[in-house]
Design a protein around this ligand. Structure first.
Ligand SMILES: [Zn+2]
Length: 473
């Protein structure tokens, strides 16, 4: 069996979170009527002049810093010429020789993946094909000119799973630093991949194939897995591999040839004559650095060392900045990190998923959650009641303590009251009592459940179990 080696490089396009486009003042809002957010600049009309969006440059700089890149002090924009209906100027303003950031890295697990470059450009319009009748196509230029950032990795990714892992980590980083919402469904994050396979013993790299049209991280992994197998089998049969671009077909789960790949010189890059080079001074770099805040990987480690959380819990709680902030706010009201972490993971995240809601829009404030967890821990309410209260606060936003008073939900730990209920349950369930006495110990759980039911989940289950066991034995 011959041994093969796969090498993958990714090109990730990220739409930036700016209010206006890259070179004009048109809105970037998603989902409006086609061609309502356009002007002479983003329609490429003759004589229109571009003006650089300062916020977009700042977001590009923030990303370059977060990806440990060297920052080019002087960057230039270039024209990348190609002809396609979604590109009204017949060229795209992009960066080539002097991008904003170069030579960085992103750590995944224990490995650094090199970042070749981070550059700024503008998005194209969007072609819409009428798939029902197949009789017309339209172009929506609302997307034309939206600030776009391209992140190109070095060819250092060794397989489809690692590619997916890299994308997850990159998405987490970019969302954290508030550069993009990274919403793949709305196209704010798109990914193309270059893949080549060679014999491990070969010193020369294999011929690379570009794969496009992947709409989720899962399809990136699947498309690359398919392509890896296709290239390996060509090598095994000693057949020629062509340098080409292939499209991922989500329905058929295969890649299909699209065109042979352009070379850089086909794009006829040259400096954009309508824009001056822009300079980034050291003060700006230092200011942006100081504003970035704690990056997710550091936060994840700190959650373990400072709060004693497990690696898994830390990873979940630092998966999004809003979740991490919520957690830290909640423990500022009730300093039991492990308990609060459990409630967020098992209850809050579940409720949010059910309601398709974001944690920063959640009606349970961090303070309310802290109160609920504290009441359960102090046996003021039972865990079951605590969960019910949480559901109600989630729906209405009421204060949990007021709810406990109003609805008289305070847990019964009074042994006399509990004993009375136990006696009733024992009378009503002779069968279960018999089972227990004949050695079926699981009957105890059933009886505890009956007492809890009778108390409206208000009895303290630990006290119930204790008294019940004593009475039965
Ligand atoms: Zn415009």
């Amino acid at each position: 069996m011959k041994e093969f080696q796969t090498i993958i490089g990714l090109e990730v396009h990220v739409e930036l979170l700016t209010n206006s486009k890259m070179f004009c003042w048109c809105s970037t809002e998603f989902g409006r009527q086609p061609n309502t957010q356009v002007c002479p600049v983003c329609l490429g009309l003759p004589g229109a002049l571009p003006v650089v969006n300062e916020k977009a440059i700042e977001l590009g700089l923030r990303t370059s810093i977060a990806l440990n890149c060297r920052i080019n002090k002087e960057c230039i924009f270039v024209r990348k010429s190609y002809f396609y209906p979604d590109l009204p100027k017949n060229f795209q303003i992009s960066q080539y020789g002097d991008p904003i950031g170069v030579d960085g890295y992103l750590c995944i697990g224990t490995k650094n993946i090199g970042i070749l470059r981070v550059h700024m450009e503008e998005d194209t319009g969007k072609l819409i094909h009428d798939e029902r009748t197949g009789t017309w196509s339209g172009i929506d230029f609302n997307r034309s000119g939206i600030p776009l950032m391209e992140i190109v990795t070095k060819p250092e990714i060794t397989g489809p799973d690692e590619a997916e892992q890299f994308l997850q980590e990159l998405k987490r980083l970019i969302s954290y630093i508030e550069v993009s919402d990274c919403n793949m469904e709305e196209g704010s994050l798109r990914c193309d991949a270059n893949i080549s396979v060679k014999l491990k013993s070969d010193t020369k790299l294999g011929t690379k194939v570009e794969v496009k049209n992947m709409n989720s991280f899962r399809s990136v992994r699947r498309a690359l897995t398919y392509e890896q197998q296709r290239l390996t089998s060509l090598l095994e049969k000693k057949k020629e591999i062509f340098q080409e671009t292939r499209l991922w077909n989500e329905t058929l789960q295969i890649t299909e040839p699209m065109r042979t790949k352009e070379e850089a010189h086909d794009y006829r890059y040259f400096p954009e004559p309508d824009l001056l080079p822009f300079r980034i001074d050291i003060d700006t770099i230092n200011r942006v650095k100081s504003e970035i805040g704690e990056l997710p990987q550091l936060k994840e480690k700190r959650f373990q060392s400072e709060y004693g959380l497990s690696p898994y819990d830390s990873a979940v709680l630092s998966s999004e900045k809003t979740i991490a902030d919520y957690f830290e706010q909640a423990i500022s009201f009730y300093a039991k990190p492990k308990q609060v972490a459990n409630w967020i993971q098992t209850e809050i995240l579940g409720l949010l998923k059910e309601a398709k809601c974001r944690i920063d829009k959640c009606k349970v404030s961090p303070q309310s959650l802290a109160k609920i967890v504290e009441m359960v821990d102090n046996n003021i309410v039972s865990a079951t009641t605590g969960k019910k209260i949480l559901r109600e606060v989630f729906a209405t936003g009421t204060d949990p303590e007021a709810l406990v008073r109003e609805k008289n939900l305070i847990q019964i730990s009074n042994t006399e009251q509990i004993e009375t209920m136990i006696d009733e349950v024992l009378d009503e369930n002779p069968q279960a009592v018999g089972d227990y006495k004949s050695g079926k110990t699981q009957a105890l759980g059933f009886l505890v459940g009956q007492v809890m039911k009778k108390s409206g989940s208000k009895a303290n289950p630990a006290v119930v179990r204790q008294i019940l066991q004593k009475k039965l034995d």
